[in-house]
Ligand binder design. Structure first.
Ligand code: PMP
Length: 362
């Protein structure tokens, strides 16, 4: 591999080297096809095999039943902020939103443009350092759905299990922790995720939706924003992100070869555990953002004693080939994203760097 460095970016993020190597090897011509994947029709037999293979691996990994559609859309998770209420929130209906960070808040604000979105729980008063207790949720039994964000990428706050949402269909933005651990899809009505963290490159949005939801889709939605059209056309109503789906397919194949979600979940827990241990053992020098029970395995967020030290930390880390550690501009501090493809050796390198930095700047 040519001089790859440790990439802690929050997304687009690190992809498995084996995936990049295969894509590079086959970029000029897919074996037996004689053309690049970027040059073939999305209606060709070759692409059909690619998208179907990707879907089959997604289904295998999360044990998704035929009761669900698996879609590969565009527009990122941000477009799902609008598509979810457009398709699932009937005129005069209400939707519950549980807010545990910046992305959930954005989803809620977007939904307000399409109908009555209400906050059923929020930890904003606690600076989004945790998810709410079940007793703090005020769920509306008549809600068309309950929306939550399984992992808040900016704050580094993650649900350890689904919120108790009662009987309302559960809708989840799983952009930054999808397939990082086992998931029981049968508990959800709809799951969506931008691919650019754990699934592949940007440009593809995975949507897993229960078939019966399509009955709710109102008539006369813009064609491209209509889940029914997308499902009936198997994500091929128009030209999808063919290269993105190809790379996602390779990433899913890689994930299956890693042993699936159970195995990757164990590795992810170990990686995050190493880093949180280093933070906790620093005598308060490194201060974690999230409360212990709500810490993200994917995005580890923490502060240093001052903003000047944080700047120095990021710049010296970058020089030491530990890239992408600057926290999101809205919260500051440090954020280390440890997605599926991120190697344990990178976490060990960061932990060693943190020890040295504290010694020199303590
Ligand atoms: N939700 C979450 C949890 C995210 O982390 C992000 C992107 N970082 C988004 C939504 C927005 O995703 P996109 O850029 O794909 O629209």
């Amino acid at each position: 591999m040519t001089d790859r460095i440790h990439n802690f970016a929050a997304g687009p993020a690190i992809l498995p080297e084996a995936v990049l190597a295969e894509a590079q090897r086959d970029l000029m011509a897919l074996p037996g096809v004689g053309m690049s994947v970027t040059e073939i029709s999305h209606r060709s037999k070759t692409f059909d095999a690619i998208i179907q293979g990707c879907e089959a691996d997604v289904r295998k990994l999360a044990n998704i039943s035929p009761d669900y559609h698996v879609l590969f859309l565009q527009g990122g998770a941000s477009l799902q902020f609008a598509m979810v209420p457009m398709n699932l929130l009937p005129a005069g209906g209400k939707a519950d939103y549980i807010l545990t960070g910046s992305w959930g808040k954005k989803a809620y604000k977007e939904a307000q443009k399409f109908g009555t979105a209400q906050v059923a729980g929020s930890t904003e008063a606690d600076n989004f350092t945790r998810v709410p207790e079940a007793s703090e949720l005020k769920l509306d039994p008549s809600a068309a759905y309950v929306h939550f964000t399984s992992n808040e990428t900016i704050q580094g706050v993650e649900w350890k299990s689904e919120p108790a949402a009662g009987s309302a269909p559960l809708v989840c933005d799983a952009s930054s922790d999808i397939f990082s651990r086992p998931i029981d899809v049968s508990r959800y009505a709809l799951i969506y995720a931008g691919a650019q963290k754990n699934l592949g490159p940007s440009g593809v949005t995975l949507v897993i939706l229960r078939n019966d939801l399509l009955e709710r889709v109102p008539k006369n939605l813009a064609t491209m924003l209509d889940y029914k059209v997308q499902a009936e056309n198997k994500s091929l109503y128009n030209t999808p992100s063919t290269f993105g789906i190809y790379l996602m397919g390779l990433t899913m194949k890689w994930l299956v070869a890693q042993g699936g979600l159970e195995a990757i979940g164990k590795k992810n827990a170990e990686k995050a555990g190493l880093l949180y241990h280093a933070i906790d053992a620093s005598g308060g020098y490194y201060r974690p953002h999230a409360k212990p029970a709500h810490r993200s395995m994917m995005n580890v967020t923490f502060r240093l004693p001052s903003e000047d030290l944080e700047k120095k930390f990021v710049s010296e880390a970058t020089a030491a080939k530990l890239d992408g550690l600057k926290g999101h501009r809205s919260v500051g501090g440090i954020r280390a994203s440890l997605y599926n493809a991120f190697p344990r050796a990178g976490v060990e390198a960061l932990v060693a760097f943190m020890g040295e930095f504290r010694k020199k700047n303590g």
